[in-house]
Design a protein around this ligand. Structure first.
Ligand code: X2X
Length: 337
């Protein structure tokens, strides 16, 4: 009798502990949403997937990141991503400075036309004091920034003719995204800019509702913009679009210090992986674009300067909005690179 009771109790205890351990396992393995605009056929989406992979591996499956591309968590409205993350609707994102600029005026720094002439200039900003100031501005607004990635230098394309001078942009309908700064840049160049999301951009180019667009070569190529009548491409490197790995502060606070460090280190590693990849792949991407019959225009130093001069008014208007100190420090870091 006693023995039977003992065994029954033992069985109950065993069952209960099995139940408890599976419950704590479920609790321990948690999934978080990561928003991106571009999916894994683009370096941007691949960078986010890399982050997810590293986090799963290093946390031994306790922390799972699920990437939601095409800004689907904000119904395609990519400029709402930051607000959604701040309010906790989105846990994390690998986002572009352009798309976050409506909520974080300081990140318009990267959209200032012709501020960063080359990769060394980009690194001089992101890896130094200026990058930290930008991160502080983001952190102040409810998102914890972890690391940098890269969408790349943005080049201009259109369906009408080669662009070698500002006058060639006159009257062209150009799709732009994000901050009103883009309207100022393209208006200064005499173009006719229209703001729309990436989801709407390709159809608009295909139907001819707009004539041109600006995006990094990797995006131009993977999106097959050549099939959307984009037959003329000018390499003017007018801005570089860094990516930032961010976590909603509300979500961030729920992680232990060790897991915060794990997420941050994995973001850094994935960011570096993505930056290297997008920079090394550039040559072959350009070769593919040329092979598809796109006319690629490279500017002489003199031609380039005409675009720089034509967009100076953007600095006059935007320096105070971004922060004079930030802009000046960025210019100094670039000069000294
Ligand atoms: O919409 C764009 O042009 C894109 C995909 O490059 C960004 O999200 C900034």
């Amino acid at each position: 009798m006693r023995l039977k009771k003992f065994f029954t109790l033992g069985a109950i205890t065993l069952t209960m502990s099995a139940l408890m351990s599976s419950a704590s396992l479920a609790q321990a393995s948690k999934e978080y949403s990561v928003s991106t605009v571009l999916g894994n056929t683009y370096p941007w989406g691949q960078t986010a997937e890399k982050w997810a992979e590293l986090v799963t591996e290093r946390s031994e499956g306790r922390i799972m990141l699920k990437v939601y591309p095409n800004a689907q968590l904000v119904s395609g409205d990519q400029t709402k991503e930051f607000s959604a993350m701040r309010s906790g609707l989105i846990d994390m994102a690998v986002g572009s400075t352009i798309n976050w600029s409506p909520q974080v005026p300081e990140v318009n720094l990267f959209s200032l036309p012709f501020l960063m002439p080359d990769n060394a200039a980009v690194d001089a900003i992101t890896q130094g004091e200026v990058g930290q100031m930008v991160f502080d501005a983001i952190a102040k607004r409810g998102v914890v920034p972890l690391a940098w990635g890269e969408n790349g230098f943005r080049e201009i394309s259109n369906s009408k003719h080669a662009i070698t001078k500002p006058e060639d942009l006159r009257g062209l309908k150009i799709r732009v995204v994000g901050s009103p700064l883009f309207l100022d840049t393209f208006n200064a160049l005499g173009a006719n800019p229209t703001q729309m999301s990436w989801a709407d951009a390709l159809p608009a180019l295909t139907t001819g509702a707009v004539d041109g667009q600006e995006n990094p070569l990797s995006v131009f190529s993977a999106a097959r913009a050549d099939r959307a009548s984009q037959k003329h491409l000018t390499l003017w490197h007018y801005m570089n679009d860094p990516l930032i790995f961010g976590v909603s502060e509300r979500v961030w606070k729920t992680f232990s210090t060790e897991d915060q460090e794990l997420l941050k280190q994995a973001a850094y590693d994935a960011g570096q992986w993505g930056i290297q990849k997008s920079r090394t792949d550039l040559e072959s991407t350009l070769a593919d674009i040329r092979e598809r019959g796109v006319e690629v225009t490279e500017l002489t130093a003199e031609q380039h300067k005409a675009f720089v001069d034509a967009t100076q008014s953007v600095y006059d208007k935007w320096t105070s909005r971004i922060g004079k100190e930030l802009v000046e420090k960025a210019q100094k870091a670039i000069e000294e690179r």
